[in-house]
Design a protein around this ligand. Structure first.
Ligand SMILES: C[S@@+](CC[C@H](N)C(=O)[O-])C[C@H]1O[C@@H](n2cnc3c(N)ncnc32)[C@H](O)[C@@H]1O
Length: 254
């Protein structure tokens, strides 16, 4: 299958429109030369790396019921959002969550909608959500300061809330809008293919939006990312990666 689609341009005029293609059923960025999610079970990998890698169930089981924040670098197709929403919805008595994310190259509707094809048994984009996302995207294209898309989900039991705040724009500027984060999902393509997502500025902003006990998880285990994160005070652990991947890293701010 080969679907081609343009990514929308970001507020920085240096960024060119870029193409994505579908390989083995998975969106691939031709600009970054990397996949949006794993070809080997994207949903399971997302859960393994970010939900379990951050030890979210354990932290919630041991802690208070205070609201929690997740910070994601690279919203992409929204897969990590839907995986998190799914896990949160299954919990009996979860705290309220706010999921902060950012995206410099928002994907076209057709690509987002195709998440249904990859994960037919999961709740992903609805028409209402897509309409709301597109309407904010259009506003942002008219006015780069109009860059936040907010939406809201209710727990099946009706008591708890899950808010999404997605900022359109470049990582280094969007991170300034994030509050203190409890769990980071570092998902900005491989460091060798996208330096900005892993730059010293980006990592220092991650640090300044973290508190003692803040956790992070990422699919990469690149040595220089590990060392740089340690330099910012995170205690980093290597662990087994998902599927055939040898390693990934998780961390906690001491
Ligand atoms: C691996 S994909 C994220 C996959 C995503 N979490 C998902 O669930 O589909 C990385 C994302 O980072 C975005 N990105 C790359 N460089 C960026 C930058 N400098 N600023 C903002 N977003 C960026 C890409 O457009 C892409 O959507």
């Amino acid at each position: 299958m080969a679907i081609q689609g343009n990514l929308n341009q970001v507020d920085d005029p240096k960024h060119q429109n870029t193409d994505i293609t579908i390989e083995d059923g998975v969106p691939v960025s031709l600009t970054f030369g990397d996949v949006y999610f794993s070809k080997e079970g994207g949903w399971e990998e997302s859960k393994y790396v970010f939900w379990e890698g951050n030890k979210i169930p354990e932290v919630l089981a041991n802690g208070t019921n205070l609201p929690k924040t997740i910070g994601e670098l690279g919203f992409g197709t929204g897969l990590n959002l839907f995986m998190t929403l799914h896990e949160w919805s299954k919990m009996e008595n979860p705290p309220n969550f706010t999921f902060y994310s950012l995206e410099g190259f928002p994907l076209q509707t057709e690509i987002l909608h195709s998440l249904h094809l990859y994960f037919p048994d999961k709740v992903v984009w609805t028409e209402t959500l897509l309409t709301s996302y597109n309407s904010q995207l259009e506003k942002w294209k008219q006015n780069p300061k109009d860059q936040i898309w907010k939406t809201h989900f209710l727990h099946p039991k009706g008591k708890h809330t899950f808010d999404l705040h997605l900022y359109f724009g470049d990582v280094e500027s969007c991170l300034d809008f994030f509050p203190k984060i409890d769990f980071w999902y570092l998902d900005g393509f491989s460091p060798s293919k996208n330096q900005t997502m892993w730059s010293e500025t980006t990592l220092s902003k991650i640090r300044s939006h973290s508190d003692r006990g803040t956790r992070l998880a990422t699919f990469t285990a690149a040595g220089f990312i590990r060392r740089n994160l340690e330099g910012f005070g995170f205690r980093i652990q290597k662990q087994k990666g998902f599927g055939k991947k040898r390693e990934m890293i998780t961390g906690v701010l001491d």
